[in-house]
Design a protein around this ligand. Sequence first.
Ligand SMILES: [Zn+2]
Length: 143
Amino acid sequence: MDCSYFRERINLYIDGEMGYLEVAELQSHLSFCPDCAAELAEVGEVRSALAAWGRLELATPPGFVERVMAAVEVEPAPGSPKPFGQAVDDTLQKLDDTLGRIPLPGGRTIPVKNVIGWGLAAAAVAIGLGRRHGRRARELTPL
Ligand SMILES: [Zn+2]
């Protein structure tokens, strides 16, 4: 069974951009194809997580962007170059020291570096899923 036709339509389905007949066609395929049903569930979860991320409107303090740009300008280290991971840690720590915490609705605050970490994590998840989907598609391609 070549599922690629249906896999391409899962995003359209979630976005509600398909006509009645296309929806019926996809739904009948999903009813007997557990792989595509799992794909729909997975894509739906990621999409709602990203949508929730977008809805989290953080009130940035005055001068926030300027201070971020100043903090991420990593000056060249004297002597041997730092390992990349250490440089990232240093930069995040520097951001934390510079920016402090972001106020959330309800009086709570979160460290700025956590927000950046979540963004990186969301990007990593999206890249990982893309890779996994690509591998699965190749496995399913008939010879
Ligand atoms: Zn399928």
